[in-house]
Design a protein around this ligand. Structure first.
Ligand code: ADP
Ligand code: MG
Length: 378
């Protein structure tokens, strides 16, 4: 038998650096996907290959963290996470669910930009998790598959990410952004169809690189935890602006101020979308960027230039999206301003002597889906 699943990348419309503060985020799925075809084998061995990458990774279904590195660690990590989930939890919880038996062939293709902050890693993990779960009839729901995908990234690959990316890839719905409460993991699907309001959402990949993203991320996380502890709170999600402004450490104050105001902006944007006013969210996107730049200090010259030139050419709002320092900017534009905005951003990059950015018009798309043998979707 064979099971083939596609899982999308995502962009976060708003709610940056708030997931690990138990906050609210508002991602949506892209139409760019990673597709995985899984076929069971009898010999207990996994053979994984990815189009455009040399060689086949070979490892056992009993793989453990540390056994496999490089891109195949994401795949091995998912197999490991699914084996540990299905070995330890059934038969009590899912009485009839069989665990993974034998080995498998895993073939991967993708049209997602890799390493651009559009979460090709979560797309890969989720496509593998869904296809393996299907092929071996593991009877895990989408939330459980997302949890296994996150476990792979955190504990096998060793990247300390939150659960937003995997839940977005598994759960998003077309024409909707997903309001995710990172404390309860409750997801609410909120209508967001820019095209219906003569709007377009641009993703602009600055193609810039930054070597210290991992340590900067750990530093921000630690400062937020320290600020919450200082205020006697479980997480900054529970802080008011007034409490934050009582912090004596100015770095903690500015970081916490970003978190508290950003969570409020997510609520405001979600409210505007529910009210059917996507054209009014622009100022919140731009305010998010200013807060990330000035209070959270995770922007970069390339990200700032992309945002400023988009706004100068008439974008309704623009912000860095993802962890910052490098990666992508999103800009909300009226259809009539689409070409001038793209031209202005490209011209600004040329002026600085930077590589031209990659620019896509994106629309909220569906979460992971099964493909039949002919490649059609179901
Ligand atoms: P992002 O998730 O923003 O694209 P990451 O650094 O988190 O960036 O993940 C990128 C990594 O994920 C790649 O370096 C590679 O190891 C792995 N990866 C993603 N997509 C694929 C793919 N289609 N084939 C093989 N590896 C992939
Ligand atoms: Mg990633």
């Amino acid at each position: 038998m064979t099971a083939t699943w596609s899982a999308p990348g995502r962009v976060n419309l708003i709610g940056e650096h708030v997931d690990y503060n138990d906050g609210l985020v508002l991602p949506f799925a892209l139409a760019f996907v990673t597709t995985t075809r899984v076929s069971a084998r009898e010999d207990g061995v996994v053979h994984a290959s990815s189009a455009g990458r040399a060689g086949t990774a070979v490892f056992g279904v009993d793989t453990q963290p540390g056994d496999v590195d490089g891109w195949a660690a994401y795949v091995a990590g998912v197999v490991w996470a699914l084996v540990s989930t299905t070995v330890t939890e059934p038969p009590t919880r899912k009485s009839q669910a069989p665990a993974i038996s034998g080995g498998m062939d895993i073939e991967i293709t993708s049209d997602l930009p890799v390493g651009a902050g559009l979460s090709s890693s979560a797309a890969l993990e989720c496509a593998v998790a869904a296809a393996v779960g299907d092929e071996f009839d593991l009877r895990l729901d989408r939330g459980e598959l997302a949890a296994a995908a996150r476990k792979a990234e955190n504990e096998y690959v060793g990247a300390p990410t939150g659960v937003m990316d995997q839940l977005a890839s598994m759960l998003c719905e077309p024409g909707h952004a997903m309001l995710l409460d990172c404390r309860s993991l409750e997801a609410t699907h909120i209508p967001f169809e820019p095209a219906g309001a003569d709007l377009r959402l641009l993703v602009i990949d600055t193609r810039a690189e930054h070597a210290l993203i991992g340590s900067e991320y750990a530093d921000r996380r630690a400062t937020c935890e320290a600020a919450a502890a200082e205020l006697g709170l479980a997480a900054l999600r529970d802080a008011t602006l007034q409490q934050v402004r009582s912090l004596t450490d100015s770095t903690q104050l500015r970081r916490a101020q970003h978190v508290v105001t950003e969570i409020q902006r997510v609520r405001d944007v979600a409210g505007l979308l529910v009210a059917g006013c996507p054209q009014d969210i622009g100022p919140f996107l731009s305010a998010s960027h200013e807060s990330l730049r000035d209070d959270y200090e995770v922007s970069s010259e390339e990200l700032d230039v992309a945002v400023e030139s988009a706004l100068a050419a008439g974008a309704l709002g623009a912000r860095l999206t993802g962890g910052g320092f490098a990666g992508c900017v999103i800009a909300l534009v009226r259809v009539a301003r689409l070409v001038p905005v793209v031209d202005r951003v490209e011209a600004a990059f040329t002026l600085h002597g930077w590589r031209p950015p990659h620019v896509w018009v994106v629309a909220p798309s569906r979460g992971a889906f099964r493909r039949d043998e002919a490649g059609a979707t179901s």
